[in-house]
Design a protein around this ligand. Sequence first.
Ligand code: CA
Length: 430
Amino acid sequence: MPISANNPDRISWLHVSKNSDFPIQNIPYGVFLTRDDIITIGTRIGDTAIDLGALHQLGYFDGIPLTDDIFLQDSLNDFIADGRKTWRLVRNRIADIFDSSNTTLQNNKKHKEIVLFRLDEIEMQLPVQIGDYTDFYASKEHATNVGTMFRGKDNALMPNWLHLPVGYHGRSSSIIPSKIPIHRPQGQTLPADSKKPVFGPSQMVDFELEMAFITTDANDLGESIPIEEAEDYIFGLVLFNDWSARDIQKWEYVPLGPFLGKNFASSISPWIVTLDALEPFRVDGPKQKPQPLPYLQYSGKKSFDINLEAAIQPKGAKEKVVTRSNFKHMYWNMAQQLAHHTVNGCPVNSGDLMGSGTISGPTPDSYGSMLELTWRGEKPLIMMDQTERKFIQDYDTVILRGYCESDGNHIGFGEVKTQLLPVFSPKKKK
Ligand code: CA
């Protein structure tokens, strides 16, 4: 089925400002609370949010096999479980409804009042109920940088790294949407030159510039997904800030990997940009040497050209962009990640979230974490208010952004924005 929604010449009758992340060629999916406190599934064109539940009730999706309440839900899980054919039919239909040549809704003032919202009238929610969350470690530059710092240059990449997409299972309970503040975590750390750990607030709170993909029901227990089919099970992508406490991580990570240094919070951008919308931005991935085992070999372009940036905004100051990277730098692509994840028969469900791992580029100004950008604090960054940052300070806000651009087409992810608050202090009992 053609993806008519991607037609680059299409113009919407809704206002879209130049270089908006959300032209009619994007049509992402999200979940929001309306001005009447009703939760619904929606999309966005320009700065207008569109209530898909209301559109469906008004008959605009007639002819597409959808249950009556498919959009009147607090998560996209059931819609995602309907599969790629349905996602594509709905996205194509939305493009058609909002095409400048289509006057049906455009000329229906009453329907427009029910269906359309200004962004300040809605509140974005987590778009999916995330069952399981897996985080990969798929950027060679990032793995090399961190390995060099933790184990020295000669042991930077572990012997398995070039043979499989390394990953671990994280916690979905602490994945939050943009704009929800988090607290500085406390935990055990081992001070330099000490043999005994201490307990207290992490002194090395960091962001990780990542993307994450969201899956549909893919396989049953025992089945694996062949690499050439893997993308059929990817619904879309979000920006992903995988907050990390480096000092806690360093002390706890041997031998089983990340634990409390990672699972206190991860923030995602609220609009899921579909894999379909990203089709025009496919590119070749990095050359893989040695050649991976056959189940990880792929054909065609399986990487995506997505510009990424991270900014830090101290309280009361202007933000400073501290890094610019790109999703295409990722050594192991999403199809390889999903094929590897299921090769042992591990089931993947609708609404599972797979983080890419920190995406660092090849140059020091494209590294995807403060750990790398400041080289473990040795080279602090200067903020717009002239203060120094080795890691993230209390009341700093970290903002990730991402967008694609080619041949004059621009679509993006908006942003994910999270403020770090001081250590949580329980309210005193009266
Ligand atoms: Ca991570």
